[in-house]
Design a protein around this ligand. Structure first.
Ligand code: ATP
Ligand code: LTN
Length: 346
């Protein structure tokens, strides 16, 4: 996959040319973590002026793992509120909820018929999640990448900003689109992954060889965007490191490397600057400092979030506006696809 490196001053789209389209989403399957923040949402905010961006709360994807209905409903509002609290402007971006746009499920089914069993079987997320949910290895979990391809292809997205773990899903999306275009002529734009320079893979604090994940059963593994200050500090204090004592970025020091990455994302400091800053100081000091910068960085996000959650009507208005806009755009692609495959239009 050709990945473009993002930087904070993303290039402005050339004059006269329509803006490039960006699509991405997060599942409302738990409390969003600093992994979601650094790997995805924080970077989305740097793109909102130069690109035509659609950001979705992907609740259809979330039910591939069993959810408690009341939690799913609440988290849908929360995820949207977090998007806005992190700095996504609802007037500049199309913010919407996946289940409000039926074309996602419709194109998802259609693309299932152009996706091979073998290629879905190779997806590492499917293998990981089926191992984790052995009692519920459902067909949706298996075809998850096809629905994700539908999300992206419906809007003819040029770029998809995601963390490293989604690279394989972008790849299969490109393969499916290419296959469909090969049979029916040019129908879908072939999208590209769009990875940030840093923060693409934040690891678990409890097991730094594993990705930090909001659905981790061990709460000490992740820091949620909404965790209170004392919880954030406590989780960093407990973070797994190693028996060495030097704050240094090196192979085999997964825990320390991860903390350095997090510290770097929140302060803008390089690894060398961090090594110098903590020269001669122990891990205790370092962990405390990481906890503090993360808590400080999240304070304004949490304040804005709390305000937004008090105003459900406002959030519903954003959902409605987003859904209308997304529906109109998605229908255009879906009609084209239906015509191409030979569905009768009435
Ligand atoms: P779940 O645990 O429910 O599978 P998740 O925490 O892995 O969820 P997703 O909703 O699957 O999060 O991912 C949303 C976005 O956040 C994706 O772009 C993904 O690449 C990014 N992301 C998730 N976890 C991390 C992480 N640990 N580091 C960097 N980016 C991440
Ligand atoms: N699969 C992604 C969430 C997701 C997504 C998308 C991301 C669903 N549809 C479309 C980008 C584009 C995940 O698990 N992180």
């Amino acid at each position: 996959m050709e990945n473009i490196e993002m930087n904070s001053n993303a290039p402005a789209a050339a004059k006269e040319e329509p803006k490039k389209v960006i699509f991405s989403g997060v599942q409302p399957s738990g409390l969003l973590t600093i992994g979601n923040y650094l790997g995805a949402i924080k970077n989305w905010t740097t793109l909102q002026d130069a690109y035509d961006c659609l950001y979705c709360v992907v609740n259809l994807h979330a039910i591939t793992v069993r959810q408690i209905p009341a939690d799913l409903r609440r988290r849908t509002y929360e995820t949207l509120a977090i998007y806005i609290a992190c700095g996504l402007d609802p007037d500049k971006n199309t913010l919407f909820v996946q289940s409000h746009v039926p074309a996602h499920a419709e194109l998802g089914w259609l693309l299932d018929c152009y996706t091979m069993f073998g290629e879905l079987s190779r997806m590492t997320q499917f293998k990981d999640k089926s191992a984790k949910n052995a009692d519920n290895v459902n067909a949706g979990l298996f075809t998850y990448p096809t629905l994700m391809a539908a999300d992206i292809l419906l809007y003819q997205a040029d770029l998809v900003p995601v963390g490293q773990d989604q690279q394989q899903h972008i790849e299969i999306c490109r393969d499916i689109a290419g296959r469909f275009n090969g049979i029916y002529g040019n129908t879908f734009k072939i999208p590209e992954g769009f990875m940030p320079k840093t923060g693409t893979k934040i690891m678990s604090l409890a097991d730094p060889t594993k990705k930090m994940s909001k659905s981790d059963s061990n709460e000490n593994g992740y820091v949620a965007i909404l965790d209170p200050r004392d919880v954030i500090i406590r989780k960093f204090k407990r973070a797994v490191t190693d028996s060495d004592t030097v704050v240094r970025y090196a192979e085999g020091k997964d825990g320390v490397n991860n903390l350095m990455n997090i510290y770097s994302c929140f302060t803008g400091k390089t690894h060398e600057e961090i090594e110098r800053e903590f020269d001669g100081r122990g891990y205790g000091d370092f962990k405390m400092a990481v906890g503090e910068v993360v808590a400080d960085g999240l304070t304004p996000v949490q304040a804005r979030f709390n305000e937004l959650m008090k105003d459900k009507a406002y959030l519903e208005e954003i959902m409605r506006r987003g859904a209308e806009n997304a529906q109109r755009r998605a229908r255009r692609t879906l009609s084209k696809v239906y015509r191409k495959v030979g569905f009768v239009e009435i």
